[in-house]
Design a protein around this ligand. Sequence first.
Ligand SMILES: Cc1cc2nc3c(=O)[nH]c(=O)nc-3n(C[C@H](O)[C@H](O)[C@H](O)COP(=O)(O)OP(=O)(O)OC[C@H]3O[C@@H](n4cnc5c(N)ncnc54)[C@H](O)[C@@H]3O)c2cc1C
Length: 373
Amino acid sequence: MSVVIVGAGLAGAKTAEALRERDYDGEIVLFGVEEHLPYERPPLSKAVLLGDKEVDSAYVHDDAWWREHDVDVRTGVEVQSIDLAGRRVVTSSGEQPYEWLVLATGSEPRHLRLADEAGRPVHYLRTVEDSLALKASLTSDARVAVIGAGWIGLEVASAARAAGAAVTVHESADLPLLAVLGPEVAQHFADLHRAHGVDLRLGTSVTAEDLAEADLVVVGIGASPRTALAEAAGLEVDNGVLVDELLRTSDEHVLAVGDIANEQHPVLGRRVRVEHWDNAIEQGKAAAATIIGAAEPYDRMPYFFTDQYDLGMEYFGHTGPDGYDRVITRGDFSGPFRAWWVRDDTVVAAMQANDWDASDEMRASVGQAPPAE
Ligand SMILES: Cc1cc2nc3c(=O)[nH]c(=O)nc-3n(C[C@H](O)[C@H](O)[C@H](O)COP(=O)(O)OP(=O)(O)OC[C@H]3O[C@@H](n4cnc5c(N)ncnc54)[C@H](O)[C@@H]3O)c2cc1C
């Protein structure tokens, strides 16, 4: 028996770890094109960017752990193609047969031509190298233009302000994070950043003239799932690799996990692709369960967290295409703060800010009747 995992990010690493935890004793080969052992990305826009933590703290395990658990981590090796019929992958260093193949190729930042051609230093943020290069540029005399007020753009704005840089954030929507949070809660994020001295320009398209004023440009306009390998192999792909609730693709020997997996979610009753840390961890565990024959449907609700300035928040659930009827909030946004998004008298999403004791309660509230108003 052998499991080959393509992508040594968090989802791939957790698949390997869970296989060993569940006493899988076959061969495990984990291919990663990056030169690093698997690491977590959230610190790259937070503690590492702020200089509060070293890169080492982001590694999932050290070298010794992978060796002790007999996981063959091949860094710096790219998987170039998959032969589904022959059950083998072709890599930049040779071929590798598999019994089970797990695709965990993650996402890559969307590029913005206007920024790439602006003639200013441009940063995207996905890897350790990206984070360290950006950190070195965030000096107190820098004028930083951030394009996109999504999670990464806002976390970068926060780190840049902490470094004393002058920060302008350009966002085409009328509020930061509007599509995810809706106007009621998104407004709080606009207020938070303005209170910290960010020049937040909303509802406008950034221009070349805007960027000409900046010393560096950071683009945070979202990421795309890396599906080229799956597509070329003939697997079903539509906004990610299509998987069922056991994370099985259209080929019975191939699973997909993490950012690339577009799952038919058994509780939400629709497909959902989640580009978040918790999903990478938990789908890795569920894929391991499928491989050992335990068949544990992946029914976990989407979850994410962010840290900006003194604000730490967690969000559970998914409002989805049907949206919500109303939002119930408690407390002040500086914390403790709670919010529930409600549709048809059922909580579809919930969040807490600076109220960490509320985590379990907020998670459990999704799918239940809302709290009294
Ligand atoms: C800066 C940053 C901050 C974030 N902060 C948060 C946060 O605060 N909260 C949150 O919930 N989520 C956060 N996320 C999202 C979270 O990190 C991702 O959802 C998670 O990393 C997904 O894991 P993954 O293993 O699916 O993909 P990835 O982490 O992208 O890993 C995939 C790996 O596969 C490799 N690979 C791809 N193709 C091949 C190939 N053909 N051969 C070999 N290797 C290949 C890639 O190089 C990469 O190393 C953040 C992401 C970033 C970039």
